[in-house]
Design a protein around this ligand. Structure first.
Ligand SMILES: Nc1ncnc2c1ncn2[C@@H]1O[C@H](COP(=O)(O)OP(=O)(O)OP(=O)(O)O)[C@@H](O)[C@H]1O
Ligand SMILES: [Mg+2]
Length: 362
């Protein structure tokens, strides 16, 4: 799987930009604030339809415009065209090979990406919400049913909470919602359980390599409803929920433990340990997708390489030797020259400056 070319129109700082990719390893080099991450953000949208910066679509529209449009030609057995357009009035429109998609979920799986960005540290430091987001983003990017179930669950939960808060709901109505919640919730729980179990093995191997055998942390899924009695738990809590005005049990309260011997990494980890852990987690999703789908997902590495010490860079070099297409951003090549010298013939480099992106030759 690879991206052959991308057009950006009125996307972030780019009024018009066309990029063609001819090598597997693509670098964007430029000073701070020139628009490197914006390019990677655009690529990520083709796979998840969402920004990894938690930004809204409105915020990605160029300040002098009222819409953005991005188009990519990808190669996945056969060439395919993905187009995404957004304006406040028309909302988001997605086309695959010229045909408009009615459901967002229909784009899932077309372009698989794994992004490593500095904001990933939130997964360690940001608490249960960020950790659930990590699992959800990953599963949504590969599993249509998961994405749809999660969207439905969230919608029903919102309605249930609103009714609970306003206290204008009958037991019968609640029961109808509870059945829907428990159906989706049980499915989501099962999928999370399976995924984390599978990620764990890759994670531990990656972390061992990244920490030079020093660290061995665990990731463990801790569902809020542990037994196989989702509906019963909702029923048990119904009076309590009515009193409190929100839904107190369910997958929206699941946790993902990261640490050792019941000590969370946030409470004892060094900066370097946290960074390695997050990279090990992200790369484990890469390993997972690779194994399950048989294709190399596209790797997006935003500003990460330079932060790593020499040993950890070795991990990346060996990863890159066994990967597909990879996009990097970095301020300059100083400090990573050594890192890229062994892979020079596979590299394409773009200089990003003043909203212009020019290919340069090393
Ligand atoms: N909607 C928008 N319209 C126009 N320009 C925007 C928009 N959103 C962000 N920008 C501009 O994009 C630039 C930031 O781009 P980006 O985050 O890609 O930089 P970067 O090259 O990755 O920088 P760094 O090296 O600091 O990470 C800023 O100069 C900002 O003003
Ligand atoms: Mg950046």
């Amino acid at each position: 799987m690879k991206i052959l070319s991308i057009n950006y129109s009125n996307f972030r700082n780019y009024k018009e930009l066309f990029l063609e990719f001819k090598k597997p390893l693509i670098f964007f080099i430029g000073n701070n604030g020139e628009g490197k991450t914006n390019i990677i953000e655009g690529i990520y949208l083709f796979s998840t339809l969402k920004s990894f910066r938690d930004n809204l679509d409105e915020e990605m529209i160029n300040w002098n415009s009222d819409y953005y449009y991005i188009r990519s030609e990808i190669l996945k057995d056969v060439p395919k065209i993905i187009e995404i357009g957004y304006s406040k009035e028309k909302k988001k429109k997605i086309k695959l090979n010229g045909n408009e998609l009615n459901r967002k979920a229909d784009l899932i799986g077309e372009l698989k990406t794994v992004a490593l960005t500095p904001t990933d540290l939130k997964i360690i430091e940001g608490g249960p919400v960020e950790r659930r987001k990590f699992i959800d983003t990953f599963l949504c990017s590969i599993n249509k049913n998961y994405m749809e179930s999660l969207l439905e669950y969230t919608k029903i939960l919102k309605q249930r909470n609103k009714a609970l808060k306003e206290k204008n709901v009958s037991y019968n109505e609640l029961f109808a919602w509870d059945k829907m919640l428990s159906e989706r919730g049980s499915f989501i729980k099962e999928e999370r359980e399976k995924a984390v179990l599978k990620l764990t093995n890759y994670f531990q191997e990656n972390l061992t390599n990244l920490s030079m055998q020093k660290d061995s942390f665990e990731i463990k899924y801790r569902p809020n409803i542990k037994e196989n009695n989702y509906l019963q738990k909702l029923n048990e809590k119904r009076d309590f929920d009515l009193k409190m005005g929100f839904t107190s049990v369910g997958i929206h309260r699941d946790e993902l433990f990261i640490g050792k011997e019941n000590l969370d990494l946030t409470s004892f980890g060094s900066q370097g340990q946290k960074r390695s852990t997050v990279i090990a987690m992200k790369i484990s999703t890469y390993n997972y997708i690779r194994e399950v789908s048989g294709v190399y997902p596209i790797l997006l590495i935003d500003d990460v390489i330079r932060e790593l010490d020499a040993k950890r860079r070795e991990f990346f070099v060996s990863l890159l030797k066994n990967s597909g297409q990879v996009f990097f951003t970095t301020t300059d090549l100083e400090g990573i020259k050594e890192f890229i010298s062994s892979i020079k013939e596979n590299i394409q480099v773009f200089k990003v400056e003043g909203s212009l992106v020019k290919e340069i030759y090393l």
